[in-house]
Design a protein around this ligand. Sequence first.
Ligand code: 4AD
Ligand code: MG
Length: 478
Amino acid sequence: MSKRTKIKALLESEQTHIEVTVKGWIRTFRNNQFIALNDGSTNNNIQIVVDFENTDPTLLKRLTTGAAISVVGELVASLGKGQKVEVKASQIEILGDSDPEKYPLQPKKHSLEFLREIAHLRFRTNTFGAIFRVRNTLSYAIHTFFQDRGFVYLHTPIITASDAEGAGETFHVTNFDLVNPPKTETGEIDFKQDFFGRATNLTVSGQLEGELGAMALSDIYTFGPTFRAENSNTTRHLAEFWMIEPEMAFYDLVDNMDLAEALLKFVIKEALAKNADDLEFLSQRLAEEEKQKPQNERSDLSLIDKLQFCLDNDFQRLTYTEAIEILKESTPNKKKKFQYPIEGWGTDLQSEHERYLVEKHFKKPVILTDYPKQIKAFYMRQNDDEQTVRAMDILFPGIGEIVGGSQREERLEKLEQRMDEMGIPKEELWWYLDTRRFGACPHAGFGLGFERLVLFVTGMGNIRDVIPFPRFPKNAEF
Ligand code: 4AD
Ligand code: MG
C-alpha cells in the first residue's frame, strides 16, 4: 500500500511534526510559495508551503493549476488563517504536468453549463467534488437502510421484453443491421431473427421482476439503472437514471408510505452526518445563487435547514381528491396563474400544482394517494370506488415527484380486467400473472428516483449536474 496519506486524514490529524506523503492535484499556486492541493477525499485543500528559495525554478514553473504532484514534507501547525495544519514541503515531484494555457479549468468560477461540456474534468471543482461525495454517501446509505431491515438486494435485468410502466418510452435493443433488417412476409421487421428472438428494450423499471422476488423472499430491493426515451428536456428528467425499487410482501399502502418516509429520512440524516463539510459548501453555494433571484423567489431556509426540516416533520398525507379540492380553491388557480388551470377531477397534476402543494400550501413533503386509475399504471390495486387506485407519490420541495409507488393488484381477475382495458398484452406477461395464480398475497412497493434524491440533498437546480455523465436528448458525450 502507498504510504500516502489522504488530505482528509491530514486535516483531521491531531499529531504534528511528523513526516507525511501527500498526493493530489494543484488547485492554485500563489506567491511562488503556497500550493492549495486537493485529492478529492474532502472539499478542503491542504496548503503546501514551498521553500521557493531552495527549489529549482523550472520545477516552480511546473506547479500549475491541474498538475498532479507528490509531496513529502512535515505536517506543521499553520500560521495562516483558514487551516489548522499545513505541509512544509521537503520534496516535490511532478507526476503529471498541466499546461496552464490549455487547461480548461481556471481558478475562477465557471458556469454549470460550461462545466457540463467538460464533464470529464468537472469532478475537480469544489462543487462537483461535493456532489459526488454526497451521491456516494446516499448510495451507501440506501443499502445500509435495506440491509439492516433484512431486505434482499435483487438484480433485475437491464434488457427486457416488457414495458413495465406501459408508457411506451423504451429504447430498443437490437443486433440488426439497421439499414437492412430481416422482414416478414408481410413486410414487418422480423424480430424472430434478432439476437433474442424477439423485440427487446432497455428496462424502464425493475418492478415486475422485483415483485416475483418478493413473492418468495418477502422483502427485496433493486438499485440499478433505468432508461426512458421520454423526450422531456427538463431539469428533472434523464434518459438514463438510477432507481431504487423495494417490493414488500404483506405490505399495504400505509406500510409502504411508512417505509418510504423512513428511507428518505434515514439517507438524508446520513448525508448530514457524513458530509457536513460538503453540505456546508453546497449550502453556501445555494445561498449565493439565491441572491441573484428576486426576493419573492428566494427560499427562507438554507439547504441544511431544509434537510433538517425534512427530518423533523411528518410528511403530509392526503388523497389526490383532497389535493384537487385544495388546488381548485387556491389563489393561483382563482387568479388564473397556473399554466394548466385545475378544472376538474381526473387529470394528472403538473409540476406547478405539485410545487404549490408542497412549497406554498403545506410547506413540507407531501404524500398523495389514491389517484384516478386512468392516469396510473395497470398493476396498481383498484379501490372499491372503481375510480381510484392505491397509488402514492411523494412530492418534495423544489423537486416535485421523488417517489412513485403503490399497493399492487394481487387479485388475478381484477388485474386481467385492467390489463384488457389498458391494452397491456397478457400473453407476454404470463409470468407476472402466474404470481397471482400461485400464492398471491397483498404486497406493495415504490420507486425512488436516485438523481432526484441527490438533487434535493445537494440543493442543485439541474438533474444533469448530479450524475457523472448525464444522458438526455441529443447528448451522450463521454
Ligand atoms: O413513477 P415512476 O415512473 O414509477 C415506476 O417506475 C414504478 N415502477 C416504481 C415502483 O413502484 N417500483 O418512477 C419512479 C421514480 C419517480 O418518482 C422519479 O423520482 C424517478 O423515478 N424518475 C425519473 N428520474 C429521472 N429521470 C426520469 N426520466 C425519471 N422518471 C422517473
Ligand atoms: Mg411516477
